[in-house]
Design a protein around this ligand. Structure first.
Ligand code: NAD
Length: 245
């Protein structure tokens, strides 16, 4: 059966690794990006090297209209989306007393409302097909909190609620909705961490190191597979044991 996946924020980091992994799994992939068109096209090249079709589409996930346009273009060129990975996300290290309201709004718009817009846009085709996979990339911060990113923590905790609610709504229609909660992963989002900060973090991670984007991508790949059909509304942790209590 024809399968098309859409990965938001796929020009780099976890999104890039996921897009390439899904291509290796046999999916055609829509590579959504916001600013890095060249990087997105490089990802498309790698998807094509894996023998699948790729399509880079610029869209700000915070915009309902842009998301709808992207999903329509994807359907026209590759076919209806059957695997959606809500990966796009922003994060800035700032405490709640220093946080501008605009920053709060933007983080919620991208990290949480973005997933709402994409889910609304892809669900009709998944329902029609009677098959679909939605994976929302949350964070360990959504479960545990953080002392420098109340906006981010709220958005990532919100994604867990969204995941469970939509999972219940579509459970009988062959569509699963799950969340992946990565720990600290080596991508641009943590580029501002100092060497000392990285060492401290690594010491607190039971496996002793920061994770790799590919290690998150392999969890997304599993959740997107047919084998994972009985898993829905779940949060899967990819954090080197960080949340073991
Ligand atoms: P990253 O900054 O490299 O990637 C984020 C991607 O999202 C970028 O490609 C960026 O352009 C894109 N993006 C941002 N705003 C967008 C918008 N409005 N519309 C479309 N795309 C947009 O970081 P990453 O670590 O690869 O992050 C991927 C996801 O994983 C994020 O949701 C992040 O919160 C989550 N996460 C990351 C870590 C980590 O330690 N790296 C840990 C937990 C969760």
């Amino acid at each position: 059966m024809k399968r098309v996946s859409l990965v938001t924020g796929a020009s780099r980091g976890i999104g890039q690794a996921t897009a390439i992994r899904l291509a290796e799994d046999g999916y055609d992939v829509v590579v959504n990006y916001l600013r890095q068109g060249d990087a997105a096209r490089d990802v498309v090249d790698r998807i094509e090297q894996a023998g699948r079709r790729g399509l880079a589409i610029r869209a700000d996930v915070a915009s309902r209209d842009e998301v709808r346009r992207m999903v329509a273009e994807a359907a026209e060129v590759l076919g209806p989306v059957s695997v959606l990975v809500n990966n796009a996300g922003i994060y800035q290290r700032v405490t709640v007393d220093q946080m501008e309201p605009d920053r709060w709004e933007r983080t919620l718009s991208v990290n949480l409302s973005g997933a709402f817009h994409t889910i609304q846009a892809v669900l009709p085709a998944m329902r029609q097909e009677g098959w679909g996979r939605i994976v929302n990339v949350s964070s360990q911060v959504g479960l545990r909190g953080t002392d420098h990113g109340a906006d981010y923590a709220a958005s990532k905790a919100g994604l867990l609620g969204l995941t469970k609610a939509v999972a219940l709504e579509v459970a009988r229609e062959g569509i699963t909705v799950n969340a992946v909660a990565p720990g600290t992963i080596e991508t641009d989002i943590i580029r501002n961490y100092s060497k000392e900060d990285r060492e401290i973090r690594s010491r607190h991670i039971p496996v002793g190191r920061i994770g790799l984007p590919e290690e998150v991508a392999s969890m997304v790949s599993y959740l997107a597979s047919e084998e994972a059909r009985y898993i829905t509304g779940a949060t899967l942790h990819v954090n080197g044991g960080y949340l073991i209590v």
